[in-house]
Ligand binder design. Structure first.
Ligand SMILES: [Zn+2]
Length: 288
């Protein structure tokens, strides 16, 4: 938030400086595009094989093999989900929301990809369907499925209101990953990371640049569907904020479960999938 009364006077050419046109940092580039034709062919073959229920104010993890699809589905009532992705065989490779934001923008939809942490920087998943794509950006600058927030957590809750709340998305994901990978809570917590806020409606206020949320437009039956580019562990928390229209980090909001549906084209079809390579950068950083 900028000071309302700046301490420093603007230069004489302040208006001219402000009027300089912005330049998109990462313009659309074929290198970050998925092979949509190959994905569509696999989707045609894919059959629903499994549904995992994520209880309200809790999380669940599920394995999704490369070449399969997973769908996050709204059921019963409006509910926001906080999504983490890990490489199934290397938890150090995880979703990198900041670089995904830089590459695709503040809010994701069909065609956008979820990129992994350095030194890998490769697509972990590609969004293939989004029943909320009609929403666009509203008059407040809000939209759905953001990569601008982090995840609600007990540390910020403690900082701002003093109490200990244990059902934040951060703790929910920690418990779910610990159980899924048979790790201690302390070991699992290190791997929990900033999320894709599925179904959440967010933005930054235009006057002060503050992060805002508003009631999600999601309705039961809405879904966001992904193609797994590498073998994944998918972690999803049903946020204690419910539709995130009022508050989170508490038991105040009405919450609902979410479902993760897995669609598999079969091992033979999945064998056609080309796993994206890790970044070819040599990590020498200029040495030698
Ligand atoms: Zn949350």
């Amino acid at each position: 938030m900028k000071p309302q009364t700046p301490r420093f006077a603007p230069p004489k050419d302040a208006d001219k400086r402000r009027k300089i046109s912005p330049v998109i940092c990462y313009p659309p580039n074929a290198c970050i595009e998925a092979d949509h034709g190959a994905i569509a062919d696999l989707r045609n073959e894919a059959k629903h094989i499994k549904t995992v229920t994520v209880p309200a104010r809790d999380a669940a993890c599920v394995d999704v093999p490369a070449g399969a699809f997973f769908r996050i589905l709204s059921v019963q009532g409006p509910q926001v989900g906080d999504l983490n992705l890990w490489n199934k065989v290397d938890l150090q490779e995880k979703f990198y929301s900041g670089k995904t934001r830089a590459l695709h923008g503040t809010h994701l939809s069909t065609g956008n990809r979820m990129w992994s942490s350095f030194p890998n920087l490769r697509p972990m998943a590609t969004i293939v369907d989004d029943t909320l794509d009609w929403y666009g950006f509203d008059e407040f600058g809000g939209s759905v499925h953001d990569v601008i927030g982090t995840r609600c957590d007990p540390y910020t809750g403690r900082l701002l209101s003093g109490g200990n709340y244990h059902n934040c998305c951060h703790s929910n994901l920690t418990r779910a990953l610990a159980q899924h990978c048979e790790l201690s809570f302390m070991d699992a917590e290190k791997h929990v990371h900033d999320v894709l806020n599925v179904f959440m409606c967010t933005g930054f206020t235009r006057d002060t640049g503050q992060y805002f949320m508003k009631a999600s437009p999601v309705r039961p039956g809405d879904y966001l569907e992904f193609y797994a580019e590498i073998d994944l562990i998918v972690g999803l928390s049903a946020c204690p904020g419910g539709d995130c229209g009022q508050e989170h980090t508490s038991d105040v909001a009405q919450c609902y479960p979410l479902e993760i549906e897995i669609y598999d084209p079969g091992a033979q079809a999945r064998a056609m999938h080309k796993t994206p390579p890790k970044s070819a950068y040599d990590q020498s950083h200029g040495q030698g």
